[in-house]
Design a protein around this ligand. Structure first.
Ligand SMILES: [Zn+2]
Length: 327
């Protein structure tokens, strides 16, 4: 006889059986998971170009490290690396005992790329001469050559390079010593070269001259009936300001026999201009003058018959025709 009570009893038995089964199943899974957790570990197998190169536990950390190196290189000379193929990662469960070798993987990956080295090429007249690693070193070389007044200071520059070829670096001291060229000193003398050596050829001076005064040319450069004339005579009124034909250093300012009161300006180690028969001198030996500065006043001192400027242009002591360059 089926009663409500017996149906209820049967249902409880049925449920109990199922609950037992479910509990056993859960326990079983838990034991298996625990076993798996103790014995196995999840890892990534890393392949590069189809070749297995190792295991990593932390894929994103390794990827970031590789990516950073690719973009920014190291703290030394490597600026960045061009990597054609990046590694592939495959997740797997491995028995404990396998160890990750992230460092080896990293090395293999970055070595598979092409490194670009960052350095500074020190150039002289646009030709690469030396190489240094840092901006500070490159700047230091330029500044040092300026401080030493090296003759080539304006010809030495540097340029930042990114190249796949690593260069031999030199240090600042060695580079400066190798590049330094002494600037010839302009000698300030008490004497003045008045030799009558002349040359008619139109030698390039390397500088441009302006007219020291305006006036009338009364005697030209060359051989005259009464001897040789090593300059150009320009007549004008007494006291007219005489301008420096080009910038330079005054290497003579004083009285010199038949030249009268005169000024010599040395424009570089070879070119000089002479301003003679002056009435007044406004500069002294050793002064630096700019082109156009007033240096003296027109006069008629020395061997002169009237106010005029006797202008000479000398290259390595040899008098040149001033009209090759001015007037
Ligand atoms: Zn003269």
């Amino acid at each position: 006889m089926i009663t409500i009570t017996s149906i209820f009893k049967n249902m409880i038995i049925f449920l109990r059986t199922w609950i037992k089964l479910i509990v056993i199943l859960i326990l079983g899974l838990a034991i298996m998971a625990f076993f798996a957790f103790v014995v196995y570990q999840p890892m990534y197998a890393v392949n590069l170009d189809g070749e297995f190169i190792g295991y990593t536990k932390d894929k994103s950390k390794l990827q970031k490290k590789i990516h950073d190196y690719e973009k920014n290189g190291d703290s030394g000379t490597v600026a960045f690396v061009e990597i054609d193929t990046l590694p592939e990662y495959t997740m797997c469960l491995l028995k404990k005992g396998y160890t990750a070798n992230d460092d080896e993987i990293f090395e293999k990956v970055i070595r598979s790329g092409v490194p670009y080295y960052k350095y500074y090429a020190i150039m002289e007249n646009n030709e690469e001469k030396y190489y240094v690693q840092t901006y500070e070193e490159a700047e230091g070389i330029i500044q040092s050559l300026k401080e030493k007044n090296s003759k080539n200071q304006n010809d030495v520059t540097y340029v930042l390079k990114y190249e796949t070829e690593l260069k031999q670096f030199t240090d600042v001291g060695t580079t400066v010593a190798a590049l330094y060229v002494e600037t010839p000193k302009v000698v300030v003398n008490k004497t003045v070269n008045t030799k009558k050596t002349m040359d008619y050829s139109n030698t390039a001076l390397g500088i441009a001259l302006i007219r020291p005064i305006s006036g009338t040319i009364t005697s030209r450069f060359g051989t005259r009936s009464r001897g040789t004339h090593t300059g150009l005579d320009i007549a004008t009124s007494l006291g007219t300001p005489i301008k420096a034909a080009a910038s330079g250093t005054v290497t003579y300012a004083g009285y010199k026999g038949s030249y009268g009161y005169m000024v010599v300006i040395s424009h570089n180690s070879s070119v000089q201009t002479y301003y003679c028969h002056c009435s007044k001198l406004y500069v002294s030996a050793g002064d630096t003058v700019n082109q156009g500065d007033t240096i003296a006043a027109v006069g008629s001192t020395g061997n002169s018959t009237g106010p005029h400027l006797h202008l000479e242009v000398r290259v390595n002591g040899v008098a040149k025709n001033p009209q090759n360059y001015v007037y």
